[in-house]
Design a protein around this ligand. Structure first.
Ligand code: G3H
Ligand code: 13P
Ligand code: NA
Ligand code: ZN
Length: 319
Protein backbone atom coordinates (compact mmCIF):
# COMPACT_ATOMS: atom_id res chain seq x y z
CA UNK A 1 0.00 0.00 0.00
CA UNK A 2 0.95 3.63 -0.15
CA UNK A 3 2.83 4.88 2.90
CA UNK A 4 2.69 8.42 4.22
CA UNK A 5 5.81 10.55 3.97
CA UNK A 6 5.87 10.92 7.75
CA UNK A 7 6.05 7.16 8.32
CA UNK A 8 9.00 6.76 6.00
CA UNK A 9 10.90 9.82 7.17
CA UNK A 10 10.47 8.95 10.85
CA UNK A 11 11.97 5.57 10.06
CA UNK A 12 14.76 7.19 8.03
CA UNK A 13 15.59 9.48 10.95
CA UNK A 14 15.75 6.52 13.32
CA UNK A 15 18.37 4.86 11.12
CA UNK A 16 20.09 8.03 9.88
CA UNK A 17 19.43 7.77 6.15
CA UNK A 18 17.59 9.79 3.50
CA UNK A 19 15.24 8.74 0.73
CA UNK A 20 15.62 10.15 -2.77
CA UNK A 21 12.33 11.62 -4.04
CA UNK A 22 12.21 11.19 -7.79
CA UNK A 23 9.93 13.25 -10.01
CA UNK A 24 7.82 11.08 -12.33
CA UNK A 25 5.65 11.69 -15.34
CA UNK A 26 5.82 8.48 -17.33
CA UNK A 27 5.83 4.70 -17.05
CA UNK A 28 9.51 4.16 -17.80
CA UNK A 29 10.54 6.40 -14.89
CA UNK A 30 8.16 4.65 -12.50
CA UNK A 31 9.43 1.25 -13.61
CA UNK A 32 13.08 2.30 -13.32
CA UNK A 33 12.57 3.69 -9.81
CA UNK A 34 10.71 0.58 -8.66
CA UNK A 35 13.10 -1.92 -10.25
CA UNK A 36 16.04 -0.17 -8.59
CA UNK A 37 14.26 -0.08 -5.23
CA UNK A 38 13.44 -3.77 -5.55
CA UNK A 39 17.04 -4.63 -6.43
CA UNK A 40 18.48 -2.86 -3.38
CA UNK A 41 15.49 -3.10 -1.03
CA UNK A 42 14.76 0.62 -0.59
CA UNK A 43 11.58 2.49 0.26
CA UNK A 44 10.36 4.79 -2.53
CA UNK A 45 9.17 8.37 -2.80
CA UNK A 46 7.72 9.37 -6.16
CA UNK A 47 6.49 12.89 -6.73
CA UNK A 48 4.38 14.61 -9.33
CA UNK A 49 4.66 18.27 -10.29
CA UNK A 50 2.17 20.49 -12.07
CA UNK A 51 4.17 19.76 -15.22
CA UNK A 52 3.79 16.00 -14.65
CA UNK A 53 0.03 16.46 -14.30
CA UNK A 54 -0.04 18.38 -17.56
CA UNK A 55 2.09 15.76 -19.32
CA UNK A 56 0.55 12.50 -18.12
CA UNK A 57 -2.78 13.63 -16.73
CA UNK A 58 -3.83 13.14 -13.15
CA UNK A 59 -5.52 9.78 -13.85
CA UNK A 60 -2.53 8.18 -15.58
CA UNK A 61 -0.16 9.45 -12.92
CA UNK A 62 -2.31 7.97 -10.17
CA UNK A 63 -2.64 4.62 -11.91
CA UNK A 64 1.08 4.40 -12.68
CA UNK A 65 1.78 4.65 -8.98
CA UNK A 66 -0.99 2.18 -8.13
CA UNK A 67 0.56 -0.22 -10.65
CA UNK A 68 3.92 0.18 -8.90
CA UNK A 69 2.34 -0.66 -5.55
CA UNK A 70 0.53 -3.68 -7.00
CA UNK A 71 3.64 -5.04 -8.68
CA UNK A 72 5.91 -4.48 -5.64
CA UNK A 73 3.66 -4.99 -2.60
CA UNK A 74 6.64 -5.38 -0.26
CA UNK A 75 8.04 -1.90 -1.01
CA UNK A 76 6.64 1.12 0.86
CA UNK A 77 5.79 3.83 -1.67
CA UNK A 78 4.99 7.48 -1.00
CA UNK A 79 3.11 9.41 -3.69
CA UNK A 80 3.86 13.07 -3.09
CA UNK A 81 2.60 16.27 -4.77
CA UNK A 82 5.63 18.45 -5.48
CA UNK A 83 5.35 22.27 -5.12
CA UNK A 84 1.59 22.75 -4.85
CA UNK A 85 0.95 26.50 -5.23
CA UNK A 86 -2.25 26.67 -3.16
CA UNK A 87 -4.31 24.80 -0.54
CA UNK A 88 -6.93 23.95 -3.19
CA UNK A 89 -4.29 22.13 -5.24
CA UNK A 90 -3.28 20.17 -2.14
CA UNK A 91 -6.93 19.25 -1.57
CA UNK A 92 -7.15 18.00 -5.14
CA UNK A 93 -4.03 15.87 -4.69
CA UNK A 94 -5.38 14.39 -1.45
CA UNK A 95 -8.65 13.56 -3.14
CA UNK A 96 -6.70 11.93 -5.94
CA UNK A 97 -5.01 9.61 -3.43
CA UNK A 98 -1.63 11.21 -2.86
CA UNK A 99 -0.20 10.28 0.55
CA UNK A 100 1.83 13.47 0.91
CA UNK A 101 1.71 17.05 -0.35
CA UNK A 102 4.08 19.97 -0.48
CA UNK A 103 2.43 23.31 0.17
CA UNK A 104 4.94 25.74 -1.30
CA UNK A 105 3.87 28.96 0.35
CA UNK A 106 7.31 30.50 0.04
CA UNK A 107 5.92 31.88 -3.21
CA UNK A 108 2.53 33.35 -4.07
CA UNK A 109 0.16 31.33 -6.23
CA UNK A 110 1.91 32.55 -9.39
CA UNK A 111 4.92 30.55 -8.14
CA UNK A 112 7.16 33.52 -8.93
CA UNK A 113 6.58 36.25 -6.37
CA UNK A 114 8.20 35.66 -2.97
CA UNK A 115 5.45 35.50 -0.32
CA UNK A 116 5.47 36.99 3.15
CA UNK A 117 6.23 34.78 6.13
CA UNK A 118 2.69 35.26 7.47
CA UNK A 119 1.13 34.24 4.15
CA UNK A 120 3.29 31.13 4.10
CA UNK A 121 2.33 30.22 7.67
CA UNK A 122 -1.36 30.75 6.95
CA UNK A 123 -1.63 28.61 3.79
CA UNK A 124 0.63 25.89 5.17
CA UNK A 125 -1.29 25.74 8.46
CA UNK A 126 -4.54 25.30 6.51
CA UNK A 127 -3.07 22.46 4.49
CA UNK A 128 -1.70 20.70 7.58
CA UNK A 129 -5.16 20.78 9.21
CA UNK A 130 -6.79 19.34 6.11
CA UNK A 131 -4.08 16.80 5.25
CA UNK A 132 -3.57 15.43 8.73
CA UNK A 133 -7.31 14.81 9.01
CA UNK A 134 -6.86 12.50 6.01
CA UNK A 135 -3.64 10.80 7.18
CA UNK A 136 -1.63 12.69 4.57
CA UNK A 137 1.75 14.29 5.32
CA UNK A 138 2.77 17.86 4.57
CA UNK A 139 6.05 19.38 3.44
CA UNK A 140 6.46 23.15 3.77
CA UNK A 141 9.19 25.45 2.54
CA UNK A 142 10.77 28.63 3.78
CA UNK A 143 13.52 30.58 2.15
CA UNK A 144 14.37 31.17 -1.45
CA UNK A 145 15.65 28.30 -3.53
CA UNK A 146 18.12 29.61 -6.01
CA UNK A 147 21.65 30.11 -7.06
CA UNK A 148 23.84 32.17 -4.77
CA UNK A 149 26.62 32.40 -7.35
CA UNK A 150 26.87 35.92 -8.76
CA UNK A 151 24.94 37.42 -5.89
CA UNK A 152 26.52 39.74 -3.34
CA UNK A 153 27.37 38.04 -0.03
CA UNK A 154 24.97 40.24 1.93
CA UNK A 155 22.07 38.81 -0.08
CA UNK A 156 22.97 35.23 0.79
CA UNK A 157 21.67 35.37 4.32
CA UNK A 158 18.38 36.84 3.10
CA UNK A 159 17.81 33.96 0.67
CA UNK A 160 18.87 31.08 2.91
CA UNK A 161 16.42 29.51 5.34
CA UNK A 162 16.56 31.56 8.53
CA UNK A 163 16.82 29.41 11.68
CA UNK A 164 14.55 31.66 13.80
CA UNK A 165 11.91 31.68 11.07
CA UNK A 166 12.19 27.92 10.67
CA UNK A 167 11.52 27.37 14.38
CA UNK A 168 8.50 29.68 14.34
CA UNK A 169 7.20 28.24 11.06
CA UNK A 170 7.29 24.66 12.34
CA UNK A 171 5.64 25.63 15.63
CA UNK A 172 2.83 27.52 13.91
CA UNK A 173 2.16 25.09 11.04
CA UNK A 174 2.91 21.59 12.34
CA UNK A 175 4.54 20.47 9.07
CA UNK A 176 6.01 16.98 8.86
CA UNK A 177 9.00 18.04 6.78
CA UNK A 178 10.62 21.30 5.80
CA UNK A 179 12.26 22.20 2.50
CA UNK A 180 15.23 24.44 3.10
CA UNK A 181 17.07 26.97 0.98
CA UNK A 182 20.81 26.34 1.19
CA UNK A 183 21.93 27.46 -2.26
CA UNK A 184 20.47 24.71 -4.45
CA UNK A 185 18.24 25.49 -7.40
CA UNK A 186 16.08 23.48 -9.80
CA UNK A 187 17.34 22.31 -13.18
CA UNK A 188 20.75 21.51 -14.65
CA UNK A 189 22.35 24.93 -14.19
CA UNK A 190 23.06 25.15 -10.48
CA UNK A 191 26.74 26.05 -10.35
CA UNK A 192 29.23 27.16 -13.02
CA UNK A 193 32.06 25.38 -11.19
CA UNK A 194 32.20 22.71 -8.50
CA UNK A 195 30.40 24.38 -5.57
CA UNK A 196 32.20 25.61 -2.47
CA UNK A 197 30.64 26.09 0.96
CA UNK A 198 29.96 29.74 0.05
CA UNK A 199 27.36 28.88 -2.59
CA UNK A 200 26.21 25.46 -1.34
CA UNK A 201 25.70 26.14 2.34
CA UNK A 202 25.45 22.69 3.94
CA UNK A 203 26.63 24.30 7.19
CA UNK A 204 23.22 26.01 7.45
CA UNK A 205 21.69 22.56 7.98
CA UNK A 206 23.90 22.01 11.00
CA UNK A 207 22.51 25.21 12.57
CA UNK A 208 18.94 24.27 11.62
CA UNK A 209 19.31 20.83 13.14
CA UNK A 210 20.58 22.25 16.41
CA UNK A 211 17.40 24.34 16.60
CA UNK A 212 15.02 21.68 15.26
CA UNK A 213 16.56 18.34 16.21
CA UNK A 214 13.43 16.31 15.47
CA UNK A 215 12.47 17.84 12.15
CA UNK A 216 12.91 16.18 8.75
CA UNK A 217 14.66 18.44 6.24
CA UNK A 218 14.14 18.26 2.50
CA UNK A 219 16.73 19.24 -0.08
CA UNK A 220 15.27 20.45 -3.37
CA UNK A 221 17.33 20.97 -6.49
CA UNK A 222 19.54 18.07 -5.46
CA UNK A 223 20.49 16.53 -8.76
CA UNK A 224 24.22 15.93 -9.01
CA UNK A 225 24.26 16.67 -12.77
CA UNK A 226 26.65 13.79 -13.54
CA UNK A 227 29.57 14.81 -15.73
CA UNK A 228 29.51 11.37 -17.38
CA UNK A 229 25.97 11.89 -18.61
CA UNK A 230 26.67 15.42 -19.71
CA UNK A 231 29.54 14.04 -21.78
CA UNK A 232 27.40 11.30 -23.33
CA UNK A 233 24.70 13.81 -24.27
CA UNK A 234 27.22 16.12 -25.91
CA UNK A 235 29.08 13.28 -27.63
CA UNK A 236 25.85 12.27 -29.38
CA UNK A 237 24.63 15.57 -30.71
CA UNK A 238 23.67 17.47 -27.55
CA UNK A 239 24.92 20.92 -26.67
CA UNK A 240 24.80 21.31 -22.90
CA UNK A 241 27.17 23.94 -21.53
CA UNK A 242 29.55 23.13 -18.68
CA UNK A 243 27.58 22.96 -15.43
CA UNK A 244 27.75 21.40 -11.97
CA UNK A 245 25.17 20.03 -9.56
CA UNK A 246 25.12 19.04 -5.91
CA UNK A 247 27.95 16.58 -5.19
CA UNK A 248 26.80 13.31 -3.60
CA UNK A 249 29.32 13.84 -0.76
CA UNK A 250 27.58 17.14 0.14
CA UNK A 251 24.19 15.43 0.24
CA UNK A 252 25.63 12.72 2.45
CA UNK A 253 26.94 15.49 4.74
CA UNK A 254 23.43 17.01 4.77
CA UNK A 255 22.00 13.64 5.80
CA UNK A 256 24.16 13.83 8.93
CA UNK A 257 22.28 17.04 9.78
CA UNK A 258 18.74 15.79 9.34
CA UNK A 259 18.10 15.75 5.59
CA UNK A 260 15.64 12.89 5.01
CA UNK A 261 14.19 13.59 1.55
CA UNK A 262 16.33 14.51 -1.45
CA UNK A 263 14.52 15.76 -4.57
CA UNK A 264 15.86 14.57 -7.91
CA UNK A 265 14.42 15.21 -11.35
CA UNK A 266 17.21 16.55 -13.59
CA UNK A 267 19.50 13.52 -13.10
CA UNK A 268 16.82 11.18 -14.46
CA UNK A 269 16.28 13.53 -17.40
CA UNK A 270 20.02 13.48 -18.12
CA UNK A 271 20.34 9.70 -17.87
CA UNK A 272 17.37 9.08 -20.15
CA UNK A 273 18.33 11.75 -22.68
CA UNK A 274 21.94 10.51 -22.80
CA UNK A 275 20.95 6.86 -23.11
CA UNK A 276 18.44 7.52 -25.89
CA UNK A 277 20.81 9.76 -27.85
CA UNK A 278 23.55 7.16 -27.60
CA UNK A 279 21.26 4.29 -28.59
CA UNK A 280 19.85 6.05 -31.62
CA UNK A 281 23.28 7.21 -32.81
CA UNK A 282 24.62 3.65 -33.18
CA UNK A 283 24.94 2.72 -36.87
CA UNK A 284 23.49 -0.73 -36.11
CA UNK A 285 20.31 0.99 -34.85
CA UNK A 286 19.93 3.25 -37.88
CA UNK A 287 17.05 1.17 -39.22
CA UNK A 288 15.53 0.43 -35.81
CA UNK A 289 11.85 1.34 -35.56
CA UNK A 290 10.93 -0.47 -32.37
CA UNK A 291 10.89 2.54 -30.05
CA UNK A 292 10.64 0.20 -27.06
CA UNK A 293 14.34 -0.50 -27.51
CA UNK A 294 15.08 3.20 -27.16
CA UNK A 295 12.86 3.47 -24.10
CA UNK A 296 14.53 0.36 -22.68
CA UNK A 297 17.93 2.06 -22.94
CA UNK A 298 16.51 5.04 -21.06
CA UNK A 299 14.91 2.83 -18.44
CA UNK A 300 18.13 0.89 -17.81
CA UNK A 301 20.11 4.12 -17.42
CA UNK A 302 17.56 5.59 -15.00
CA UNK A 303 17.45 2.36 -13.00
CA UNK A 304 21.22 2.40 -12.51
CA UNK A 305 21.10 6.04 -11.43
CA UNK A 306 18.29 5.41 -8.93
CA UNK A 307 20.08 2.46 -7.44
CA UNK A 308 23.27 4.45 -6.92
CA UNK A 309 21.25 7.17 -5.12
CA UNK A 310 19.48 4.61 -2.86
CA UNK A 311 22.88 3.22 -1.95
CA UNK A 312 24.60 6.59 -1.44
CA UNK A 313 21.79 8.01 0.73
CA UNK A 314 21.56 4.82 2.81
CA UNK A 315 17.95 3.90 2.09
CA UNK A 316 19.06 0.63 0.45
CA UNK A 317 18.27 -2.30 2.72
CA UNK A 318 15.46 -0.42 4.51
CA UNK A 319 12.31 -1.22 2.49
O1 G3H B 1 10.13 21.29 -9.14
C1 G3H B 1 10.73 21.06 -10.21
C2 G3H B 1 10.70 19.72 -10.83
O2 G3H B 1 11.95 19.48 -11.47
C3 G3H B 1 9.52 19.57 -11.76
O3 G3H B 1 9.76 20.04 -13.03
O4 G3H B 1 7.72 21.40 -13.50
O5 G3H B 1 9.17 20.56 -15.37
O6 G3H B 1 7.74 18.99 -14.07
P1 G3H B 1 8.52 20.26 -14.05
P1 13P C 1 16.60 18.91 -9.66
O1 13P C 1 16.24 19.83 -10.78
O2 13P C 1 17.93 19.24 -9.07
O3 13P C 1 16.54 17.48 -10.05
O4 13P C 1 15.54 19.15 -8.46
C1 13P C 1 14.24 18.64 -8.53
C2 13P C 1 13.36 19.17 -7.43
O5 13P C 1 13.78 19.80 -6.47
C3 13P C 1 11.91 18.91 -7.56
O6 13P C 1 11.16 19.51 -6.54
NA1 NA D 1 11.05 29.11 -1.80
ZN1 ZN E 1 11.65 21.47 -5.83
Amino acid sequence: ALASLRQILDYAAEYGFAVPAFNVSNMEQVQAIMAAAHACDSPVIMQGSAGANRYAGEVFLRHLVLAAVEQYPHIPVVMHRDHAPAPAICAQAIQSGFSSVMMDGSLLEDMKTPASFDYNVEVTRQVVAMAHACGVSVEGEIGCLGALENRPDDEHSRLLTDPDEAVEFVARTGVDALAVAIGTSHGAYKFSKPPTGEVLVISRLKVLQQRLPNLHFVMHGSSSVPGEWLQVINEYGGAIPETYGVPIAEIVEGIRYGVRKVNIDTDLRMASTGAMRRFLAQPEHAAELDARKTYQAARDAMQALCQSRYEAFGSAGHA
